[in-house]
Ligand binder design. Sequence first.
Ligand code: ADP
Length: 443
Amino acid sequence: MKEFSWMVFSIILQSLLIGLIIAIILSFFLSKAIVSPIQNITKKATRLAKGDFEEKLEVYSEDEIGTLTHTFNKMADTLKSNLNEISNQREKLESIIHYLKDAVVAFDNEGYPMHINPEAKTLFNLTEENGITLDGMIEILDLDYRSEDLAMGENDSVVLSNVVYDNRVFDISFGKFNFYLSNEKYGGYIAVLHDVTESFELDKSRREFIATVSHELGTPLTGIKGATETIVANPDMPNDVKNHFLNMVISESDRMTHIVHDLLVLSRLDNNRMKWGASSFSITELIEKCCLVLSTQAESNGQMLSFIKNDEQLPEIIADREKTEQVLINIVQNAIKYTQNGGSIFIAADFRHISGVEGLADGKYFKVSVTDNGMGIPEEDIPHIFERFYRVEKARNSDKGGTGLGLAIAREIVQAHGGNIQIHSKLHEGTTVDIYLPQKAQF
Ligand code: ADP
């Protein structure tokens, strides 16, 4: 009996032991099946945190762990594409700011620089180490503002127009920006300096031009009105006095017609509406014709007008004959007008290689020079002499009947042919005008 019970006990003990071993083995495999995918997910999460999105987790089962691994892989993919999108957007924005023609500086709330684009660095002469604060910028630009004045509302902006800095004109806008990062509010100011020098200058010269035209047309009109009023107010005026006033009306209206005609020519040139007609002709013959046309005028002033011909025969030129003649007449007429009685005017022409002339590509050109020993032009006026309505001391020209548009038109015509025109002059000694024309006009 005792032996039997010992046997039963031993069987129970063995079964318990075997059961325990099986339980241990089973629990080992079970825990491995649950824990290792979670360990893998933890490792992947750590790599994700370091920015490694490449490796995917294997899905071994279709149970909850499998679903978790699957969802984790999907989350990593979404995160990767979102981050890519954000970094693309950032790169796009940075390259826009980088290549922007405007100078852009972003400041933090304390006015310290956060971002300075290359244009702003060049404008303010900044290096990597030396930035610019908001106050510093306001001071450099000499603005009537302090940084406190810019404490405006969110997304508000202050725009300052026509600020002159470094010989350039800018429209400057200061804007306030805010953003949230991890629930914390950040913000600052952004300054954008837009260069408007060109349009400012254009607008200025347009306004000046309108003022000059009004003045130039207003003066003869006042003369005409004055003369006609005098005639009307004095019906018994002697005939010779009346004729004097009537002649005044004629000459003033001639002057107005002349100005309006020149302005129309310039407007056609400006708007590319000038009709050009190229033909082949001899420049020598054209100069001879101009001399003939103007000889009476020169003779009546006791001036010597001569064309010093070259020994060699010049080739024919292909250009707009009528307009080339207009240029020559204008230049020679100026020489006659601005040379004292008894003075002399020489014209010379040749065809040769020209280099080093401003505004002219090196090459073969006709060069026609008109030289006089007249009153000359003061050095300070020479750079402006081709400007519209520019006249040297209006007083000295008042009796010459000029409009100040002749040289401007001449230069436009010559340049439209692909040539250029230059003036050299010495006060009280004389003037030389050099006209360069290519053999074949390039309009
Ligand atoms: P204008 O119709 O007044 O002659 P231009 O445009 O032809 O106008 O010339 C502009 C100014 O240049 C003239 O008013 C004159 O003062 C000066 N000028 C032009 N040619 C000569 C010259 N040969 N000698 C001296 N001054 C000249």
